[in-house]
Design a protein around this ligand. Sequence first.
Ligand SMILES: Nc1nc2c(c(=O)[nH]1)N[C@H]1C(S)=C(S)[C@@H](COP(=O)(O)OP(=O)(O)OC[C@H]3O[C@@H](n4cnc5c(=O)[nH]c(N)nc54)[C@H](O)[C@@H]3O)O[C@H]1N2
Ligand SMILES: Nc1nc2c(c(=O)[nH]1)N[C@H]1C(S)=C(S)[C@@H](COP(=O)(O)OP(=O)(O)OC[C@H]3O[C@@H](n4cnc5c(=O)[nH]c(N)nc54)[C@H](O)[C@@H]3O)O[C@H]1N2
Ligand SMILES: [Mo]
Length: 710
Amino acid sequence: MFKTGTETNKIIEVFPVQGRTNDDKACLKGWYGWDFLNDPQILTRRIREPMIRKNGKGSPLEVVSWDEAIKFVADNLLKIKETWGLDSIIGAASARGPGNEPNYLTQKFMRACVGTNNIDHCARICHATSVAGSRQTIGEGAMSLSIPEIEDAEVIFNIGYNAAASHPVVARRIVQAKEKGAFIICADPRVTETSRIAAIHLQLKGGTNLALANAMANVIITEGLEDKEFIKAHTKDFEAYKEIVLDYPPEKVAAIADLDPEAIRKAARKYAGSKHSVILWGMGVTQFSQGVDVVKSLCSLAMLTGNFGRPSTGAGPVRGQNNVQGTCEMGVLPDVFPGYQSVTDPKIREKFAKAWGVNSLPAEVGLQLTRVPEKVVHEKDLAKRIHAYYIFGEDPAQSDPDLAELRESLAQIDFVVCQEIFMNKTTQYADAILPATSWGEHEGVYTSSDRGFQRIRKVIEPEGNLKDDWEIISLVSTAMGYPMSYRNTEEIWTEMIDLCPKFTGATYEKIERQGSVQWPCFNKGPADKGSMYLHKDGYFATPDGIGIFKTAHYHSPIEVENKDYPLTLGTVREVGHYSARTMTGNCRTLRNLEDEPGWVEMAPEDCAALGVSDGELVKVSSKRGQVISRCKKTERVKKGAIYMTYQWWIGACNELTISTLDPVSRTPEYKYCAAKVERIPNQARAWKEVANSYLAIKEKMGIDQKAVSQ
Ligand SMILES: Nc1nc2c(c(=O)[nH]1)N[C@H]1C(S)=C(S)[C@@H](COP(=O)(O)OP(=O)(O)OC[C@H]3O[C@@H](n4cnc5c(=O)[nH]c(N)nc54)[C@H](O)[C@@H]3O)O[C@H]1N2
Ligand SMILES: Nc1nc2c(c(=O)[nH]1)N[C@H]1C(S)=C(S)[C@@H](COP(=O)(O)OP(=O)(O)OC[C@H]3O[C@@H](n4cnc5c(=O)[nH]c(N)nc54)[C@H](O)[C@@H]3O)O[C@H]1N2
Ligand SMILES: [Mo]
């Protein structure tokens, strides 16, 4: 939560305020990540006017009026819908600046106006794995506990989550817990700030989480440490689960995961020894082709030890983007309406159809956004292809895996719309660009990772011919024959909460009064303040309230190291930069801390074998592509495993990553593929190449180099 200082319609300073989760602290990006609003044009520039390619693909983008842009978008989408059918269009909405209200409208537009469930967002490439795995076991995909509760956990099992870089305000709670005496177990193939304060660091080989989770359950069951009463009263399918985990004794798993069997035993005993054990996980769990199985296994581990239903206990998939929790809640997913209500349930469809004034709504689960290449470049039958992609606040041409394949898809799609605040890698493929207001320029509600609704406010007047995202969607929908008319975000919010029982009590008024309302919050009256934690007293969110034990047998990642590509590549995050970097890449202070072409973490042994030193430019390649980045020699990674961050436009690691997906959540295996690093003998030439690439990017983004002062 922040307050901003403004001067002549410019933000000049930002102060953290006393919020429920941040406790009057801000992270690096909180303190300095607002300068993009002043449009310093470092990496790219704000979009100020609607633009379209009037004369089709290949023609230049031309500035037009809003009326012309909206008509152009509506006409093209209607034409594609008539020619190729309702499911030939897909939408991706935004977990970033827009807030919940425009996301609610986007899925309503796709379902009620276009007539398809092909609506998704970046949770697909992030925590969709957690949503799927948790719903199958404990019935609810959200964090069961609250961020402030982390402080009072007695044991924290932190797996595949690097809070110090990703969520510093959560990292602070982990440090506080340690100071209060918590026992921390960290499972991460790299040394992180959490592993440094952990009592046990399980520095496992990448891609072996499932073997580890099964081995911990194996120890707990074989040593009789499970919570028999809890299992009997609140769960089912224990025997089938037990049969699988008995196949994973610590010695066997130690060999698979490159760990000490005694460390696994000790971690399991400690975890089972407390009724305030918390599991925190992130992308090191979810971004694998077996991610959903790992999530199921982690939820089962918590059930096995009775670690649900009290404060400072439970399962914590700590969500990624600032509003990814909210965007999931708004039903920007191909299988659920807002409030996680299933599109395949006829009664629920009927409820939404009635509220939205249509005869029927699509009944089939829609397409996940990671399957766009499958439905474009790999689909020979034109009638089954995706022909239009409405991209609202995402940058797939930087953030999706295997970028060469993705670019090919974007180039082949008949009509691409980008509703954006910045020119980004994806806008290069747009047939129409609709300019929106940003965070700081509009009102709305975000949802924090721990189910907390909180208000965001307009602090400056937007410059240029911009509209709020909710208004843009309303205009497109109206022009396509499904009128939407709202006066403000509160009207949209009120419509949404009345359709979602778990959110009904969270009115604007209550959010303002309390500062934050955590769902479930069923009643509008002041008595219902919302819920700090889920699964109270062991009653799960499954239809019958019973938790379901589930795990699976381990298999290795899909593309493993080999003769040609002897290293494994995992992709992580840069502390001062955020996702595809349109925003933090345009903040002067953050740019001064770290800039293109990023870095690749390498073990000293690997550096020595290749003859490269710290800071040198190196060529990194996989079967799919190659990029230039800087070598970062570090003891924090093990020999044979390299790590890059996905923020960089020149050292873009997604040129290398593999598009293999988890079969259930369809989340990519960003954390593991085979790669190779090569020395670049002529460093001076390589640096020049980097400098030229940077200039070329700026030019492509439309930055007027002479006009910009940095
Ligand atoms: N500064 C900054 N903060 C961000 C973001 C950003 O771009 N920049 N992005 C936001 C988003 S969208 C998200 S989703 C969150 C994600 O935040 P995190 O979940 O912390 O994401 P990562 O750093 O990608 O991965 C976490 C850890 O997983 C480890 N890991 C890799 N492979 C394995 C494995 O096989 N097993 C285990 N156990 N661990 C493994 C990595 O070494 C890394 O330390 O961060 C959010 N916060
Ligand atoms: N290799 C690798 N790749 C990864 C990951 C990884 O760990 N490794 N992590 C993945 C994860 S977890 C995620 S979540 C994705 C993120 O991937 P994306 O969602 O594609 O990344 P962002 O940079 O957040 O893109 C958001 C876009 O929204 C725009 N935007 C911001 N605010 C507003 C607004 O108010 N209105 C509008 N209209 N637009 C706005 C921004 O300018 C930006 O272009 O990346 C994934 N990619
Ligand atoms: Mo994410």
